[in-house]
Design a protein around this ligand. Structure first.
Ligand SMILES: [Zn+2]
Length: 358
């Protein structure tokens, strides 16, 4: 989760001419030799648990403006009787109408106490792995599961084995929200088991502005060294980026680390938001890092193309802002910035081809 959400105006309607043209070319087969499938690697599953799903969302979150904004715009309660079911329907519709072939859908584990038991008082957002696997099983052609396992849980390796047996090939850890220090040596067996199972490890890096943060220092890219040295394929979500006023600046460490570790990748989730314009440009300007980028939207948190008007031109930014499908809009903005489709094709090749999910 990251959701650098600033209240912005969302205009209804049309798509950019270039995006329409590129999609039309794919559909008509004009570029058939080049047309590759595309994947969004960072899409959240949400729920309040009102359908008995086991999801949890703290009162602070569910009564907040952001939740109300998203629920209204995604028309969650118009689609179904519960938020859980409404979100599933909204998610499928978004993917199907986005032009993307598939999306990696993320669960979210809890905060754990020193005995390795869930600490529900400090957990503001929880999506169980079983619920994620169940939802993905409803839409196997569109969704790929990314379970979430906090290595602090007493049964972390057991849960890892169980999720792998259930078909998961990716897992996500959110250290600053889940309160886990991935640099602690005690996590080595967990990472070694990830290597044995060919489980790709996604980790939140950089600043966080939506969920309650336990310790932002846990989001530093250097915390990934133990997992990388253990041999894991690691995806640094958000590439250690932040807003210009955030301290410390963690992006330089990510840029240095992609040079040291061939098994380190970065996703572009939330980079289309207003606060990340500066860091997104710094990232794209780095040739080595830009070749390791995997497309991610951070849906349901929308991008803000108008914030990039000085980079891509006011007219184009307005046109992108008017797009109705948030996943498509996010990819179109990144395409305008020069790294959209390439990073989405790279993500598809890495995740779908490697796991034989065609
Ligand atoms: Zn996220």
């Amino acid at each position: 989760m990251n959701g650098d959400f600033n209240r912005r105006s969302f205009l209804g309607g049309a798509m950019t001419a270039s995006w329409v043209a590129s999609r039309a070319a794919c559909i008509s087969g004009q570029n058939s030799a080049k047309a590759e499938r595309i994947l969004d690697i960072h899409v959240h599953l949400f729920g309040t648990g009102d359908s008995g799903s086991g999801c949890r969302l703290s009162k602070t979150a569910s009564e907040g403006k952001l939740f109300k904004y998203l629920a209204a715009n995604l028309r969650l309660l118009e689609r179904a009787e519960t938020i859980d079911e409404g979100y599933e329907l909204a998610l499928v519709e978004q993917i199907e109408q986005s032009g993307l072939d598939r999306a990696v859908i993320l669960a979210q584990d809890a905060v754990y106490n020193k005995h390795g038991k869930p600490d529900w008082n400090r957990t503001h957002f929880y999506i169980p792995n079983d619920y994620l696997l169940r939802i993905v099983a409803h839409h196997p052609g569109r969704m790929i599961p990314c379970v979430s396992i906090n290595p602090e849980r007493a049964d972390a390796i057991e849960e890892l084995n169980r999720c792998a047996a259930g078909g998961a090939r990716l897992l996500k850890i959110h250290p600053p929200i889940q309160g886990v220090d991935l640099a602690e040596k005690k996590h080595t067996p967990f990472f070694r088991r990830c290597v044995d199972l060919s489980m790709i490890v996604m980790v939140h890096t950089g600043h966080e502005h939506t969920g309650p943060v336990i310790d932002i220092g846990l989001a530093h890219p250097r915390k990934l060294e133990l997992a990388l040295e253990s041999g894991c394929t690691v995806i640094a979500c958000h590439c250690g980026t932040g807003w210009p006023q955030d301290a410390p600046d963690m992006l330089p460490e990510f840029l240095a680390m992609v040079r040291r570790y061939k098994n380190l990748w970065g996703d572009t989730a939330v980079l289309g938001s207003a606060g990340r314009v500066r860091d997104f440009q710094r990232l794209c300007a780095d040739r080595v890092a830009s070749e390791r980028l995997l497309h991610g939207s951070d849906f349901p948190f929308p991008a803000a193309p108008v914030a990039f008007a000085r980079v891509i031109g006011f007219k184009r930014a307005l046109s992108l802002q008017a797009m109705g499908n948030w996943m498509e809009q996010d990819l179109a903005l990144k395409e305008a910035l020069g790294i959209g489709r390439t990073s989405a094709e790279r993500a598809y090749r890495m995740i779908c081809n490697a796991t034989n999910r065609q």
